[in-house]
Design a binder for this molecule. Sequence first.
Ligand SMILES: [Zn+2]
Ligand SMILES: [Zn+2]
Length: 427
Amino acid sequence: MSNDDFTPQIFYACPDCDLLVSSASLKAGHSLCCPRCGRRLARRVRGTETKALATSLSGLLLFFPALLLPLLQLDAFGFKDSANLLESILHLFEMKYYFVALAVSFSAAILPLLTLLFSFAVSFNLFFHRRSRWTGSLFRAWLQLTDWAMLDVYLLGILVSIIKMLPIAHIEYLAGFFCFIALVLLVLGTSAVIDRDMFWLKIDALSPGAPVPLLFKESMGETAAEHDIFLCHTCHKLLNKSWSGKPCPRCGSIVHRRKPQSNSRTTVLVTSAVLLLFPANLLPIMKVDFLGSAQNSTILDGIIYFFHSGSYFVGAVILCASILVPVFKVIGLSILLLCHSLPEASLRRKTKMYRFITFIGRWSMLDIFVISLMAAMVDFGFVSTTWAAPGCTWFCIVVTLTMTAAETFDPRTMWDRTLFLPSSHSS
Ligand SMILES: [Zn+2]
Ligand SMILES: [Zn+2]
């Protein structure tokens, strides 16, 4: 069955500004963007399930070699040391940094594996037209977890660690390193080839009991709220208000007009993140023992070290990921929470800023991944050993809080205020 056998969804509601947008049939390679805030609502990919099946299956085949084969071998001071991804995680557990160890295990191993398994299972069912009541739930899980799987950030962490260790050690690139690069490309490829809208349409087509698409008469520039239409936060299905508070018939997420208690939850998370930024930046994040003398370094010390040693690019990358991104996220989300009755151009800018915040959030994990790798690899007995330090845990909590805050915030509440509609409630 080809993509053209389906009548595409007739209406979209923008998840960022709530505008109703009617669509003509989209051709492969074309995208539909919201005319009011610029959010991409759909993007057609030709043969999406075939491509997703190929990339996710290849990713699954490479996953365990990338996890278990040694990435790099360091040769310094007469010692040789190598580590794989799994050892870098286990080392954090051994050092009793349990929160950091769990965050790294989920973001760099468990969630990438689950997202590959889910995308494989869903694309397999769609490719072979297999009816399964789990397909919708698996695709929902893939959508919810995919941003938390951070293999691409981990790869940048490996590259930063290499540049950091180049002056002190001879580095040999092992099979795990190349498997890991290929795995990252396949995971990114899977995400790029999945046409989310088409996947849902095909899942609907395979579900005999799926509700028919909602039909209504829409005028230009009207919002879903003005028509009492609810948008499922996860699968973006349009539903009438009788579904309020009930599980979405397509993906099972609870349907709300807006994300529940969006502003108050985001405020609590942002405030907690601001408070924890202090211990995260003031406490040492890494400890290095060199010839018996221990040296603790904070995030800022690490950045200064790179600039002093002439590694301006790496210094700038860590400065952005570890200091500018978290600070920008908490300031940006605070501005969004305080935004009231603004002209449309300003709301459009703020909605774009929100999308930028959700995009950059995960890159803050970079320093944590660098430390986990350095701690696993730089273990040259009495000569030099690298350890994680307490700031690491606080920083990891800050990243988790700001990412969750960006997810709980509902940008439509900003647009609601200009329309004088009640916002931020769950019915
Ligand atoms: Zn929009
Ligand atoms: Zn749904």
